[in-house]
Design a protein around this ligand. Structure first.
Ligand SMILES: [Zn+2]
Ligand SMILES: [Zn+2]
Length: 364
């Protein structure tokens, strides 16, 4: 099959022939129909990480059709439409049993045993790393059934692909992580793909004020379309002062989707007494936060890191799919461009354009 392979860190994505194994155990062979370009894959492709030795097939925002099943796979039938998710959960550890799949203690159970089993992907007889148990930048992906969720067949593949990462993270941070309630006030720093989903979910939750903050006017215009009641361009306006003025002293919940120390500090300062700050994104290494303990105590604030929107994929992905089909969660406006599998490098380059929200591969 064809796959976009990263052969060396920083060397880009090259279309190549890669061998994919037959499904074992609970594995599912997915015919990939859409694969989103998430920034995390670009970070992995351009920086050395021990978990991702090259050559590697990345791509973790994928949707497709079940084409084959391992002998112990029970969750799907051939022909089902599925969405992939990088959350690797076993289903039986204490965290999984408690409904916290995103904190699974045994995520490795979704992968092949590197000693006992042949690799899922190989090229000329040598193993090729499969990114995050998915490897969606390819015509097919061999995935443990727990990393897949069935979705309605009438859901188009391009928006469906976004459900597993950008939507799960942005919407889940608001609905699961912060549990925003009707009438509460929200600020979202960073109006990219994840931030827009946080804004959209805050609207669904009934937040009274939703302030989007970014340095690009084009992104702020889009945030308004997704439900922001107010926007602040932090390149020209002091975001903390603006948010405090707009909300009469600060918001109840501030989401830092950018993830550098400066934006997390802004989030802490723009929350009201007793407010919550949620670190949802991480830009590069992120940096260290300097916290004033007296202020933290006196202002009664909380700060929490959230991974994948505290998402339980089998519960949340169908929920977001339904909200999309009802017209209450906009995903179509996120799909700015559709490209072919061989165009990933130019696809990532186009994400620097603030008019482009998300790029999705739909031609394999
Ligand atoms: Zn992602
Ligand atoms: Zn588990």
């Amino acid at each position: 099959m064809k796959a976009a392979v990263v052969d060396s860190v920083g060397g880009g994505f090259a279309l190549q022939d890669v061998d994919i194994a037959e499904p074992l155990g609970r594995e599912v062979l997915v015919e990939v129909r859409a694969s989103g370009l998430c920034h995390t894959d670009l970070t992995v492709a351009t920086h050395a990480f021990a978990d991702f030795p090259t050559p590697v097939v990345l791509g973790h925002e994928m949707a497709g059709v079940v084409g084959g099943l391992g002998p112990e796979a029970r969750a799907f039938a051939v022909g089902d439409h599925v969405v992939g998710c990088l959350v690797q959960w076993c289903g039986s550890c204490p965290a999984c049993v408690d409904g916290r799949a995103y904190q699974c203690g045994r995520p490795g159970t979704t992968l092949r045993d590197p000693v006992r089993d042949a690799p899922r992907l190989s090229r000329a007889g040598r193993p090729v790393t499969q990114g995050m148990g998915l490897g969606g930048f390819a015509q097919h992906a061999l995935v443990h059934e727990n990393q897949l969720t069935a979705v309605p067949r009438r859901l188009p593949f391009a928006p469906a692909a976004l459900l597993g990462c950008g939507v799960l993270t942005g919407a889940g941070s608001v609905l699961n992580g912060a549990r925003v309630r009707a009438g509460e006030t929200v600020a979202v720093i960073g109006a990219g793909g994840v931030g827009l989903n946080a804004v959209g979910a805050a609207r669904i939750a009934g937040a009274s004020r939703i302030v989007a903050i970014d340095v690009r006017d084009a992104k702020l215009r889009r945030a308004r379309a997704f439900g922001a009641t107010d926007v602040v361009n932090s390149a020209t306006t002091d975001a903390v002062t603006a948010v405090r003025e707009l909300t009469g002293g600060g918001v109840r919940h501030a989401f830092d989707v950018v993830g550098v120390a400066a934006t997390t500090e802004q989030a802490l300062r723009m929350t009201a007494l007793g407010g919550g700050v949620y670190v949802v994104g991480l830009a590069g290494s992120g940096g260290d936060l300097k916290l004033s303990l007296p202020r933290l105590l006196l202002e009664q604030k909380s700060i929490q890191g959230l991974i994948m929107g505290s998402g339980n994929p089998r519960r949340d992905i169908p929920r977001y799919a339904d909200l999309y089909l009802q017209g209450r969660l906009d995903l179509d406006a996120l799909v700015s461009r559709q490209i072919a599998l061989g165009e990933i490098d130019t696809g990532y380059a186009s994400l620097r354009d603030p008019e482009v929200a998300r790029v999705v591969i739909t031609s394999f």
